[in-house]
Design a protein around this ligand. Structure first.
Ligand code: LLP
Length: 404
């Protein structure tokens, strides 16, 4: 995405043309950015060629997942719905891992029937349930146990998952007990230790700490884990700050770990694969003048993009055309929903806007559309995949009649 002669362009397509042709609000994804992200991710860890399982929850568009699959990625799923979606996109079941603290019996049975690579269990009760279902089906099921390494990921508390107060995984004591339990079961084959300490992580040190914790616990179990699943969480840079995770240091830490343990590494990245490929294109409905700031009321709302309301997230906000309008304004960008958290950004010195101007929110490819809802009976936006000057509708805009 860049301005070419003051006109905002995604790949080779002008944003204002997209708005005109497909209406707003609309999600757009850049295919070439997706390709670059996947190739960069692979390159960062190429010395040990990990299995990369795309975290489906970050973007559940089946056509986009199909494109991701073509690069050889597997999937990390957290519900039967996500598992069905991954399979529908053609992902090889032998590249699918199933995480989550509350898998139901139906979900476990389905995962066993589909012969996925791993069910990453998160409690004693879940392992017993897997054991029971596997025994009934006369099957041997490959599982992982998710460890809670009690490691602070140094990210937002709402998306931290690796501290002892978080519901995820089991502590060291339970982990060791569960390894023994699995050894005594005829229907369970313990293949993996998994962790996932949080999301939007920009500091490599929590990952180093996590690896140290895993190293020690593996030694205690004396078990040979065929896979170590390190989860996802790699952060991206939002807004204008160019903070990035230091992949070189993370890679060095893993290579050091692999010198001691011979195992296959699995990653479950979501945001780092699709975050910066996505844009939400919207239109200014009204501008409401106010004392200190003017409200720019967009046709996109918190139901289309929840991240600002849910986490106070900032998404870079751009206009489709840079104008020569001299005066600058302080604007609060909001949606039409009857909640004060239906607000995207407060920005000073912004180019003066007019009603019907097109506004673009950037870096919404991860947890944008996948967190959207029909709140206020608002149909969900269309989704487009852009490659050079080609535009493909990868999901049609919902219609009101779909919701009635
Ligand atoms: N693996 C597991 C087990 C996870 O729970 C998650 C994300 C991932 C992988 C992928 O993490 P990523 O690489 O995308 O950071 N809605 C929030 C993010 C929630 C993340 C939940 N788990 C947001 O909009 O920032």
């Amino acid at each position: 995405m860049k301005y070419i002669k003051k006109i905002l362009t995604i790949e080779k397509v002008k944003v204002r043309d997209i708005a005109k042709k497909f209406d707003t609000p609309t999600y757009c994804y850049s295919y070439n950015q997706l390709k670059k992200n996947i190739n960069d991710f692979k390159k960062n860890f190429e010395s040990f060629s990990p299995l990369i399982c795309f975290a489906i929850k970050s973007n559940t568009n089946v056509n986009l997942i199909r494109e991701i699959k073509k690069f050889g990625l597997g999937a990390d799923v957290v519900s039967i719905g996500e598992l069905m979606m991954a399979l529908k996109a053609g992902i090889n079941p032998k590249k699918i891992v199933f995480s989550g603290v509350g898998k139901t019996s139906k979900e476990i049975a389905y995962a066993i029937d589909k012969k996925i690579l791993l069910i990453n269990a998160e409690s004693k009760s879940e392992i017993k349930e897997i054991d029971r279902i596997a025994k009934n089906k006369k099957k041997k099921v490959q599982i992982g146990i998710r460890l809670n390494p009690n490691t602070d990921a140094n990210t937002l508390s709402q998306i931290s998952t690796g501290k002892k107060e978080n519901k995820f995984g089991v502590n060291e004591k339970t982990f060791l007990e569960l390894v023994n339990y699995c050894m005594g079961s005829k229907n369970i084959s313990l293949k993996c230790l998994s962790v996932h300490i949080g999301s939007q992580i920009l500091d490599h040190k929590p990952y180093e700490k996590m690896l140290n914790v895993i190293d020690k616990i593996i030694v205690k179990t004396k078990h040979n884990f065929e896979f170590i699943d390190l989860g996802g969480g790699m952060g991206i840079s939002y807004g204008d700050n160019n903070r990035k995770l230091n992949y070189t240091k993370y890679n060095i830490a893993i290579k050091k770990f692999l010198k001691k343990h011979s195992t296959k590494i699995i990653f479950e990245p979501g945001r780092s694969i699709v975050g910066n490929i996505g844009f939400l294109i919207s239109k200014v409905i009204y501008i409401k003048e106010n004392d200190e700031k003017d409200f720019v009321i967009l046709d996109a709302a918190m139901n289309d993009l929840m991240r600002p309301a849910l986490y106070g997230a900032n998404h870079k906000t751009l206009t489709s055309i840079k104008t020569n309008r001299k005066s600058k304004k302080t604007y609060e960008f909001v949606g039409p929903i009857c909640e004060s958290t239906d607000k995207f950004a407060s920005l000073k010195n912004f180019q003066k806007l007019k009603e019907k101007d097109i506004i673009v929110m950037c870096d919404v490819g991860a947890y944008g559309m996948s967190l959207s809802s029909n709140y206020n009976v608002r149909p969900k936006p269309a989704e487009l995949l852009i490659e050079e000057s080609k535009i493909r509708i990868i999901k049609k805009r919902q219609k009101h009649k779909d919701l009635m």
